[in-house]
Design a protein around this ligand. Sequence first.
Ligand SMILES: NC(=O)c1ccc[n+]([C@@H]2O[C@H](COP(=O)([O-])OP(=O)(O)OC[C@H]3O[C@@H](n4cnc5c(N)ncnc54)[C@H](O)[C@@H]3O)[C@@H](O)[C@H]2O)c1
Length: 308
Amino acid sequence: MALYLVTGGAGFIGSHLSDALLAEGHEVRVLDDFSTGKPGNIDPRCAVLRGDAADPALVRRALEGAAGCFHLAAIASVARGNEDWLGTHRANLTATITVFDAARAHRLPVVYASSAAIYGNLGEQVAREDLLPAPLTAYGADKLGCELHARVATHVHGVPTLGLRFFNVYGPRQDPHSPYSGVISIFARRVASGETVAIHGDGNQLRDFVYVADVVAHLRAAMGHLEAGGESTVLNVCTGMGISVLDLAHALADLHGRPARLVHEAPRQGDIRRSLGDPARARGVLNITAQTRLREGLERTLASLVVA
Ligand SMILES: NC(=O)c1ccc[n+]([C@@H]2O[C@H](COP(=O)([O-])OP(=O)(O)OC[C@H]3O[C@@H](n4cnc5c(N)ncnc54)[C@H](O)[C@@H]3O)[C@@H](O)[C@H]2O)c1
């Protein structure tokens, strides 16, 4: 059993990952500044360091005795990145370089969160890892920067790295009150409380939604891959199956047994029409696929809102 550092462990994905690591008998140290993460998300068995993942001394301390790092801390919002370009750059790229730099001393493996945002607008094409990245946002540009600096970490400094390009992750604990949260958590809360659901544009935007437990399984498999001496690379984390935003709203309303109350609003500037990933490479490298069917994932997400 080992000790792992989880940056962003008070957040949505990081807290689910920490729970899974604890369940496997590992020790978990969380580094989080609680800017969006919540103390209540963290299992009391985790050791907690409060602070900025872009602080080199703190990150060095956080990595002491660790077998590896899952780096998930970021300001996970395209809209925030557009509003606060420099501030989000510090969290989204400087912090990642800080983690790679701290991992240099012992060549510790780092599994880090990249994003489908690095692809930009692919039109009708399905996103495959060998396509040329063309991000259209500060958030996407910083995530691509993380991947480029991961290459430096690996090739110059011998740090094993694996970047996971998450598509639209959903599940319990995603903050439904934040305007920056994923569409499912916002829709799920509004449907559950009988409120109207705002559809931007025609609602035919296609998205690849991946359930958080499947994301956690990819994170664990990625660390196992690096620990076994596997190559440093980047992989999509997706289902390969898309659903339109409109169908999603109807599916959630169906599950709740009430008609969807939709209001159509102006399209969002720069909204991408299709975001669909190809999971083949992750399947080949990590021998893993996303297992959770959308309906099942939505049911679990809705159930968590009713309980909460
Ligand atoms: N949720 C998605 O659909 C999605 C999609 C693609 C990529 N990602 C990436 O996955 C990772 C986790 O996302 P999430 O959805 O769990 O978001 P989240 O906001 O729930 O979690 C991020 C955590 O990082 C912490 N944090 C932010 N800046 C920090 C800093 N400078 N120092 C220390 N802690 C800091 C926050 O307090 C929060 O606990 C992020 O890197 C995000 O960019 C998420």
